[in-house]
Design a protein around this ligand. Structure first.
Ligand SMILES: *[C@@H]1O[C@H](CO)[C@@H](O)[C@H](O)[C@H]1NC(C)=O
Ligand SMILES: *[C@@H]1O[C@H](CO)[C@@H](O)[C@H](O)[C@H]1NC(C)=O
Ligand SMILES: *[C@@H]1O[C@H](CO)[C@@H](O)[C@H](O)[C@H]1NC(C)=O
Ligand SMILES: *[C@@H]1O[C@H](CO)[C@@H](O)[C@H](O)[C@H]1NC(C)=O
Ligand SMILES: CC(=O)N[C@H]1CO[C@H](CO)[C@@H](O)[C@@H]1O
Length: 287
């Protein structure tokens, strides 16, 4: 049975909660006390880590703007992942080998999440076309480290339920953070003949995210990623998300930031893609 969500106090979190309801994210997670602190904001230790994301209390919704090769629709950023960073910006990874899977597509199909799967194919694509492997990597590396969706946190757990819940939550957060539109609304559009100031990019995106700018990163001076940071009160799925300041600095130049367009049919070769990507991987934390 779906359970009710604890009352949300801010407009932005209510919007996120509403999005969650609309796409049926509700999980059978145990209900949480209303006085649990926001993650990373406790003054004493919190023992119930089903209701308190710990140690990964800084949740990041991360997105790509990939142009070489271009991935996803030309007028949308794409989803990278939903990551639990520690409160100091360090992070754990691959936290539970017994819950690493190589059948994400099958898991979603078994859970009847076909709409989610088709959305993911469009907006959560792998740059080399291997979506399944990319999603496995995101779940196995990051999803397994989220304390509030461990199997023991469910009242009526069915195997791999948390995998689908995690992916659905990432998609819901992504839908509420339309980076392309927020930039376009501020006159910042992909255009090889223009460059932009980092501060203009950051303030356009802060407007989108309740006043907190994301950490944007660049590849060779061109906009390539945006990482939005949150603290969460309650569990990952139906907790209240509060945007917070980024824990990592932008590597983009202060001015002259390029925002390249996604070419319709890319004429790049596979080897040049790999070359670019490996260079990019040295600049920013790898996927
Ligand atoms: C939690 O603490 C951090 C660091 O002091 C702060 O930036 C953030 O806004 C706080 N989050 C909430 C939800 O109060
Ligand atoms: C916050 O809670 C976590 C988990 O119980 C704990 O490890 C951490 O030390 C707590 N922080 C403070 C400042 O008490
Ligand atoms: C996915 O893989 C796991 C682990 O091998 C297995 O237990 C589960 O039944 C599989 N699910 C589907 C839908 O194939
Ligand atoms: C490759 O594509 C780009 C962008 O569409 C175009 O500007 C360029 O002329 C093309 N180069 C070749 C060699 O076709
Ligand atoms: C965006 C970008 O830097 N693309 C480069 C990728 O690598 C190839 C081969 O070195 C270059 O030709 C592209 O300009």
């Amino acid at each position: 049975m779906p359970r009710t969500v604890s009352s949300a106090s801010s407009l932005s979190s209510m919007a996120l909660v509403a999005l969650g309801a609309a796409s049926g994210v509700w999980a059978d997670l145990q209900s949480c006390p209303t006085d649990v602190p926001f993650s990373c904001n406790n003054s004493t230790s919190v023992s119930d880590t089903c209701c308190f994301n710990s140690p990964g209390g800084a949740l990041l919704l991360t997105q790509f703007w990939d142009t070489d090769p271009a991935t996803g629709p030309t007028d949308s950023w794409t989803l990278h992942g939903l990551w639990p960073d520690n409160c100091d910006g360090s992070y754990e990874q691959f936290c539970d080998s017994s819950r690493e899977y190589s059948n994400i597509t099958a898991i979603l199909q078994e859970q009847g999440r076909d709409d989610l799967l088709s959305y993911m194919k469009t907006y959560w694509p792998d740059w080399e076309g291997d979506d399944e492997t990319f999603w496995e990597h995101e779940w196995n590396k990051h999803g397994t480290c989220i304390s509030t969706i461990e199997p023991s946190c469910y009242t009526d757990y069915t195997a791999q339920q948390e995998v689908g819940d995690y992916l659905a939550k990432a998609v819901d957060l992504f839908k509420g953070l339309d980076t392309y539109k927020a930039l376009a609304d501020a006159g910042i559009t992909p255009d090889e003949s223009k460059t932009y100031d980092l501060s203009d990019i950051e303030s356009a995106l802060a407007k989108l995210n309740g006043g907190s700018k994301p950490s944007v990163s660049c590849d060779d001076g061109a906009l390539n990623q945006a990482w939005y940071f949150f603290n969460v009160k309650g569990n990952l799925i139906d907790g209240e998300y509060k945007p917070t300041d980024p824990l990592s600095d932008s590597n983009c130049p202060k001015s002259g930031v390029k925002y390249l367009s996604k070419p319709g049919g890319s004429n790049s070769t596979a080897s040049s893609w790999k070359f670019n990507r490996s260079r990019a991987a040295k600049l920013v934390r790898s996927i």
